[in-house]
Ligand binder design. Structure first.
Ligand code: FCB
Length: 459
């Protein structure tokens, strides 16, 4: 499809505003439902060497030849550190009233233990004040993957001492910001940190050991539990939770091997995190499968992990398919994929949520990330991203289905506010509802941004 065709196909904003379709979709959600956008520190802030920030494991990882697809890094990123006021204006102008962001640990505590860096905290003070002035609720993530490099040189998450360091950092953030946060999540996607960071090595810190990865996964969960305990006993008022990436996993065929692979992958992705958090135990089948790679777990660890959660964050992008055979099966018709190569499968969101609702005593759920990368280009000052609009609309519809099936969902955040540093893909993947020209740092609200505004207005 060329761009002139797209331009004709997209409804003008005023049409969209009146659209009964949007209104019907919006009416499927409770009036107090939280609608937001999400970002993370390393992906947008830049200012990597300013005001006393020290390196994180991602700064170091980006320096390794070949680690990042386009050889880039987050040193400048969206320069949000300097442009956050204008960025918050964009959020406010879109009528978005909740903002999820993460705090860069090496910005506020450069060595990961010991001295606090006041100029670093001052940035988040300014950000919180800016949000408050605009009536935007602040949803804080403590750890979105940027471990202070100084801690990595002492073993990082594989070292149990990092668990206590994280707890102390969490308590300090809670002490300063707890009264102004609509929520505090300890971790974002521990599966990614453990598996991509320590087993596959495609993300920082680039380790390649399953044993280390599973020990890291355990330490991340333990640090979550310790932080929640400590924040509560320090009187932190913000609702506390954790954010997990999840997907339903389908066997490619009905064969016994595909079905047992799907079950195991579900164990490694979903149950490995959900069972300890909600039941205080690891899944037996996964422990048996791991054998010697299973983590060492001290007495009492599982009780610490098993803290009451005020909320559970879920990030959903696509489903997974478990294949053991070589042959491509006919049972999976080819469906549209995003620029990440991820299948667009909104039904997976409602299915995942209903399954979790059936299998676990869930706290209120927030979809903390959902969105899609596409090859966006500005044409005449406009970015026509119809595919992203359709992705968002269909996933929000699937979320409404889940709510109607009885799942208690309190909020939804689009990933992402801005195009940004997409980890090992560098700047080659654009997830924003706002386009960023990295040469000039100019922002252009994409049509999906206007669509989200119209959707929110139609409530
Ligand atoms: C999630 C991450 C987020 C972003 C999206 C596309 O796994 O939490 O930072 O990279 O994927």
């Amino acid at each position: 499809m060329n761009h002139s065709e797209v331009l004709q196909a997209v409804p003008s904003n005023s049409d969209a505003q009146r659209s009964p379709v949007l209104k019907r979709l919006a009416q499927r959600f409770p009036a107090d439902f939280v609608w937001g956008v999400a970002t993370s520190a390393y992906q947008i802030e830049g200012a990597a060497r300013e005001d006393g920030r020290a390196d994180s494991i991602w700064d170091e990882f980006c320096r390794r030849p070949g680690a990042i697809r386009d050889g880039s890094n987050g040193e400048r990123a969206c320069d949000h550190y300097h442009r956050f006021e204008a960025d918050l204006d964009l959020v406010a102008n879109l009528g978005i009233t909740s903002y999820r962001f993460s705090i860069s640990w090496p910005r506020v505590q450069p060595l990961g233990r010991g001295a606090w860096n006041e100029p670093g905290f001052a940035f988040y003070e300014r950000l919180l004040a800016g949000l408050q002035r605009r009536g935007i609720a602040a949803h804080i993530t403590l750890y979105h993957w940027d471990l202070p490099l100084a801690l990595q040189t002492q073993g990082g998450w594989a070292n149990r001492a990092t668990v206590e360091a994280f707890r102390d950092y969490a308590v300090e953030v809670g002490r300063r910001f707890g009264d102004r946060a609509a929520s505090i999540a300890t971790h974002n996607e521990p599966w990614v940190v453990a598996i991509l960071g320590h087993e596959l090595g495609t993300f920082a810190p680039g380790e390649k050991s399953r044993r280390v990865a599973m020990q890291v996964a355990h330490h991340l969960l333990l640090s979550h539990g310790m932080a929640v305990q400590a924040l509560r006993s320090a009187g932190c008022k913000a609702p506390l939770g954790i954010v997990l990436n999840q997907a339903p996993i389908y066997p490619a065929t009905d064969s016994e091997s595909d079905r047992s692979k799907a079950r195991l992958e579900d164990g490694l992705l979903v149950r490995w995190y959900m069972d300890p958090l909600l039941f205080g135990r690891y899944p037996e089948d996964v422990l048996a499968h791991l054998g010697d790679d299973a983590p060492s777990v001290a007495d009492g660890d599982l009780d610490i992990i098993h803290q009451p959660l005020d909320f559970l964050g879920i990030n959903y992008y696509t489903r997974n398919i478990a294949v053991t055979g070589q042959e491509k099966t006919d049972s999976w018709p080819s469906r549209p994929v995003t620029d990440m190569g991820w299948e667009v499968f909104p039904g997976g969101l409602s299915e995942l949520l209903s399954r979790l609702h059936r299998d676990y005593p869930l706290p209120p759920i927030y979809i903390m990330e959902n969105g899609a990368a596409y090859k966006d280009h500005p044409v005449g000052g406009r970015v026509v991203d119809l595919e992203r609009i359709s992705y968002l609309e269909s996933h929000i519809g699937a979320l409404a289905d889940a709510i109607e099936q009885g799942v208690e969902v309190h909020g939804y955040f689009v990933w992402s506010l801005l195009d940004n540093f997409e980890w090992a893909d560098g700047y080659s993947k654009r997830f924003g509802i706002i386009y960023v020209d990295y040469q000039t740092e100019r922002r252009i609200v994409k049509d999906s941004g206007h669509w989200y505004r119209d959707f929110l207005r139609s409530r």
